[in-house]
Design a binder for this molecule. Structure first.
Ligand code: ZN
Length: 85
C-alpha cells in the first residue's frame, strides 16, 4: 500500500527532493550519528534530528554522492566569541 499520506510539504527544495529520491533506493548513513537514513520522507535524520543535504563529492577519481549535515548551529558559538570584541 502506498500514498496513504500524500506529501503536502511543497517547501522542499530541488536538492532536498534529490536527496529523498536518492535515499529511496540507497542505503546511507547519517554523517552525524551513523543512523541508516534510507527511505527518509523528510530531509532530517529521525535519530539525531540533524538536517541533511546531498552533495557531490569525488572519491578516488569516482564521482559519488555524499550525505552531509547542515549544521549552522555549530558556528554560532564561534560567532558569539567574535561578537564580544
Ligand atoms: Zn543522525
Amino acid at each position: 500500500m502506498e500514498g496513504s499520506h500524500p506529501v503536502v510539504d511543497a517547501a522542499l527544495s530541488r536538492e532536498q527532493e534529490l536527496l529523498l529520491e536518492f535515499l529511496r533506493d540507497h542505503d546511507a548513513a547519517c554523517p552525524v550519528c551513523s543512523y541508516n537514513v534510507r527511505a527518509l520522507t523528510r530531509p532530517v535524520c529521525p535519530e539525531c534530528k540533524q538536517e541533511l543535504m546531498l552533495a557531490v563529492g569525488v572519491k578516488r577519481l569516482r564521482l559519488g554522492w555524499l550525505l552531509v549535515a547542515v549544521a549552522p548551529g555549530f558556528f554560532s558559538g564561534i560567532a558569539a566569541v567574535f561578537a564580544r570584541m
